[in-house]
Design a protein around this ligand. Structure first.
Ligand SMILES: O=C([O-])CC(=O)C(=O)O
Ligand SMILES: [Mg+2]
Length: 221
């Protein structure tokens, strides 16, 4: 098992970012998607990570960049075919994440039956907080995730509303993709996703356990 100390800079390691979509029924409905009967999975590139102090850059091909606040689960040791009953042993801690989404691009991808890579995996599409050691969060299914844009509350959701809880997700994912130390699972967003514009400031948090701020910018060409 890795020590939490090793994982403080997990986001620099180039490990996998595995995302779960439509894990909150109200969010699935707000985007007119069916509530899933199995987890919806996609990946982000490790170059998607961005830490506080650096901006979120709008992809040049999108004019509808959405925020999605999510709980990230940081994996502490390698595992394949993990049983649900032992899944939490593979968790070293948590992080607050934003699954930034080029919604117009995603809509186009959906219509054409294409993968979501351009919509979800671009550079700076995964703003991330500091590492939160496991002992700081007693019950990851009893948290409130919130996000404000320019001081106005846009998202507030309880992790108790997840359709597929964390042990199920870890078990399910590990049957498909080997989980390794430093990998992160983004567990899906609650309702209230919406657009951000250039110069907006997003502030997100988990209860009063952690919060973070990011500015939205257009990339210099
Ligand atoms: O783009 C989507 O709506 C799917 C997703 O990431 C989520 O539900 O968190
Ligand atoms: Mg998401």
């Amino acid at each position: 098992m890795a020590s939490s100390k090793n994982l403080i800079r997990f986001w620099e390691w180039g490990k996998k970012i595995i995302c779960v979509g439509r894990n909150y029924a109200e969010h699935a409905k707000e985007l007119k998607n069916a509530v899933p009967t199995e987890p919806v999975l996609f990946l982000k590139s490790p170059s998607a990570y961005v830490k506080e102090g650096f901006p979120v850059l709008m992809p040049y091909y999108s004019s509808d960049l959405h925020h999605e606040v999510e709980l990230g689960v940081v994996i502490g040791k390698r595992g394949k075919n993990i049983d649900q009953t032992r899944a939490m042993e593979y968790v070293e801690g948590y992080a607050l994440c934003l699954d930034m989404t080029a919604r117009d691009t995603q809509d186009q991808c959906k219509k054409k039956g294409l993968p979501w890579t351009l919509a979800k995996a671009f550079d700076t599409s995964c703003p991330i907080s500091d590492f939160i050691p496991k002992d700081k969060i007693q019950d990851p299914h009893n948290l409130t995730l919130w996000l404000k844009v320019n001081g106005i509350l846009r998202q507030e959701g309880k992790t108790s509303s997840m359709i597929f809880p964390i042990p199920f997700l870890i078990s399910y994912i590990s049957k498909i993709i080997t989980l390794e130390e430093g990998d992160i699972i983004l567990t899906g967003t609650p309702e209230g996703v919406a657009s951000v514009r250039e110069h907006d400031e997003m502030e997100a948090g988990i209860d009063n356990i952690i919060s973070m701020k990011f500015k939205v910018q257009k990339p210099a060409l």
